[in-house]
Design a protein around this ligand. Structure first.
Ligand code: GLA
Length: 704
């Protein structure tokens, strides 16, 4: 879909997506008492307008009248600056020579391509060039925006905030927000509520996306199935901040960008800085439709290999911890292969002196005592079993007790005169540094090449602290993340068969920036099935099931000590990309048989789950009877759960969604019209009959 100039309005454009229009343009206000003030205004973001109507949403104010304490309309700006008569949330804050802090931009030019425009603005007195970029796609409703700045002057300046831009959600009867928040072991838990008047900020100061919040928000007055939703997401894996501003006028502005308050980015003469992309999406049809639109976008424009079926993996971490040996791993690999697992991942503990978490991190060669002949015999054994080979790495970290740190103590984030606080006994390597990047690419490339690795689990297990970088100061917070991106991109380029999982103490780094160069995310270290249902529900708001790593582990669960039957654990993990992480040496023959069958069941419907359209059908996952549905072509898969023997009021029938009402669907024990399945519903044994706690089932239907 194109990005076009709006007829009869100078410097005004419309981004036309499949179902929406986004109209914006330059407005120069002649102040009553002073000179010109230029702003880029978002005039409209809503259902698609006929071409002739595009200009009708442009309502030039008859002059910007600022009297007394009446606020001007700065919240409708796409890049409100800290400058002039503005008191809202600035997307751009600069400090010029002489501590001048008022940014005054004028419109200079617009570079229009078929699908994108760069609106060029300049603060001539101080030589700051600002590019405001808007891009649309042919096949979805996502609008991508980012900002680039260049210091064209001969003197340095500083940036205090540079968001990817501000989005305006038009006034609604009510404004609820939905987002994902949590902590370690409790990531992406949904939270929602009435958006308060004033400013509300979500974000991370950890240097990563973080467990605490995920960089997106949904706004509107919707339900799962109905209502308009506006949503903004940030494609960034470092610190970030998203601020909503609900105004008395009734609309809401959302400014999102990298970094957090207090950081200052130096911009020397001639230097440029570009923001990550912020993505805006407006949908009808409730939160369900908004999520499906995000998944569609992720598959078409984000994930590196969206069409691939993700293999069923086995990961040894929960089985062995740091107790990694060739014989032990091969034994597990044999048992995993026997179950139908396709990829074997060796986790932490295989390298350097790393026999616990106090030492060896950074020394990326096989532990000479554990693997005297290297990892080749282990991976040969894995391959002989018909399995793909994967390995855990944590490239951004170092234990002070390591050869790497002894040799390069200045490679970590640090200030010369400050403490170097460890977390999990480790420090953060500075990926903004060229020498660190070179080192990392060197050993990673060698490792992948030497063992022909199919898969890396790329972990990142602590937050930044004392984050000093003598050369670039706070640019570190940007350049570290970009360094990680660059190495992942280069590795993938050199090894097209390589797949990467993003892990950060579980789901601490899940976002569209990471998903551009990884295939799946380790959703949480918490593998308790009931907790996972809550975490997975929140994850599903933005990210598709194919990118969500889920393992079946042991019962009682090692973290929560909750006992959950194997079948329920499997059915929860089957809602995403299935893996097994339990200690298979302790599973009974009956459990192994059941697991083998469930893995076969999963493989039979895997494309539908990983690539299908998701409908969150009913209930509160983990807290009551609930179900999720996946539809791809003629195939429909439903996973239904009932964690409690006698749920307060379990619905008897499950109503499906998104089917063709007049088509007939064949399933277990009968066939039904789509209309019957959607309006009357299917009687579910799991819900209807009373029985033990934790009953679950998978229902497969096919359109005939
Ligand atoms: C992190 C990960 C785990 C495991 C350990 C290994 O906690 O989230 O899955 O890999 O590190 O140390």
């Amino acid at each position: 879909m194109p990005l076009i100039p709006v007829p009869a309005h100078a410097h005004t454009w419309a981004a036309l997506t499949r179902d929406t229009s986004y109209v914006f343009g330059v407005e120069t206000v002649i102040g009553a008492e002073s000179g010109e003030d230029t702003r880029i205004v978002q005039w409209y973001w809503g259902p698609r307008l006929p071409t002739g109507a595009l200009g009708q949403v442009v309502e030039h104010a008859p002059g910007w009248i600022v009297t007394g304490f009446l606020d001007p309309d700065d919240a409708t700006e796409m890049l409100p600056v800290d400058g002039g008569r503005r008191w809202g949330v600035p997307s751009l804050q600069a400090v010029y020579e002489g501590e001048v802090r008022s940014v005054e931009l004028g419109f200079d030019d617009a570079v229009l391509g078929e699908n994108e425009v760069e609106v060029v603005l300049r603060d001539h007195a101080y030589g700051l060039r600002v590019g405001l970029h808007v891009r649309v796609f042919d096949d979805c409703d996502v609008i991508e925006r980012w900002v680039s700045v260049t210091n064209e002057s001969a003197v340095p300046l500083r940036l205090r905030r540079l968001d990817s831009g501000s989005w305006v959600i038009p006034e609604q009867a009510g404004f609820r927000y939905t987002g994902a928040a949590g902590g370690w072991g409790r990531e992406t838990r949904l939270q929602s509520g009435e958006l308060p008047a004033g400013e509300t900020t979500f974000g991370s100061r950890t240097g990563t996306t973080s467990h605490k919040a995920n960089p997106w928000i949904m706004l509107g007055d919707a339900t799962e199935d109905a209502g308009d939703v506006w949503t903004v997401a940030l494609a960034w894996s470092g610190s970030w901040r998203l601020t909503t501003q609900r105004r008395p006028e009734g609309d809401v502005a959302v400014s999102a960008g990298f970094g957090h308050e207090g950081l200052t980015w130096p911009l020397g003469p001639g230097a440029s800085l570009s923001t990550p992309s912020a993505l805006g999406l407006r949908t009808s049809g409730g939160y369900g439709a908004a999520s499906r639109a995000w998944h569609d976008y992720a598959r078409k424009h984000v994930l590196p290999r969206p069409g691939e079926e993700r293999p069923v993996l086995y990961n040894s971490w929960e089985a062995t911890g740091f107790d990694v040996t060739e014989a032990g791993q091969l034994d597990l690999a044999r048992r995993a292969a026997d179950l139908g697992v396709e990829l074997f991942v060796v986790d932490d503990g295989w390298f350097g002196a790393r026999t616990d978490d106090t030492r060896g991190l950074g020394d990326w060669w096989p532990n000479p005592e554990r693997f005297p002949y290297g990892l080749r015999p282990l991976f040969q054994g894995v391959r002989d079993l018909g399995l793909l080979a994967g390995l855990w790495v944590e490239p951004e970290m170092v234990n002070p007790d390591s050869d790497l740190y002894r040799k390069n103590p200045d490679w970590v984030l640090h200030y010369p005169e400050r403490r170097r606080d460890t977390m999990r006994n480790q420090l953060v390597l500075n990926y903004a540094r060229d020498d660190v990047r070179e080192w990392a690419l060197g050993w990673l490339d060698q490792l992948v090449r030497e063992y022909g690795l199919d898969y890396l689990k790329w972990d990142m297990n602590r937050s930044f602290s004392q984050a000093g970088w003598a050369e670039g100061g706070d640019l570190l917070w940007i350049e570290h993340t970009r360094g990680v991106y660059a190495i992942m991109d280069e590795l993938r380029g050199r090894h097209p068969g390589l797949r990467i999982e993003s892990c950060s103490g579980g789901g601490g780094r899940a976002d569209f920036g990471m998903l551009r160069r990884t295939d799946q995310v380790w959703t949480s270290d918490n593998t308790d099935a009931r907790d996972r249902q809550v975490i997975q529900r929140g994850f599903s708001y933005l990210y598709p099931a194919g990118a969500m790593s889920c393992w079946v582990t042991d019962s009682p669960n090692p973290i929560t000590h909750r006992e959950v039957p194997l079948r329920y654990r499997f059915h929860v993990a089957m809602a995403g990309t299935l893996g097994v992480g339990g200690d298979l040496t302790s599973w009974s023959a009956a459990e192994l048989d059941e697991a083998r069958q469930l893995i076969a069941d999963y493989k039979a419907v895997r494309p539908v789950i990983q690539h299908g359209a998701l409908h969150r059908l009913a209930g509160r996952p983990g807290e009551s009877a609930s179900a999720v549905q996946y539809t791809l072509g003629d195939q429909v898969v439903v996973l239904a759960y009932n964690p409690f023997a006698l749920d307060k009021q379990p619905p008897r029938r499950l109503r499906l969604a998104g089917l063709d009402p007049s088509a007939v669907y064949e399933g277990p024990g009968g066939s039904w019209y789509g209309a019957t399945l959607m309006r009357h519903g299917l009687t579910l044994p799991t819900w209807f009959h009373s029985g033990a706690d934790y009953r679950s089932e998978m229902v497969v239907l096919r359109r005939v």
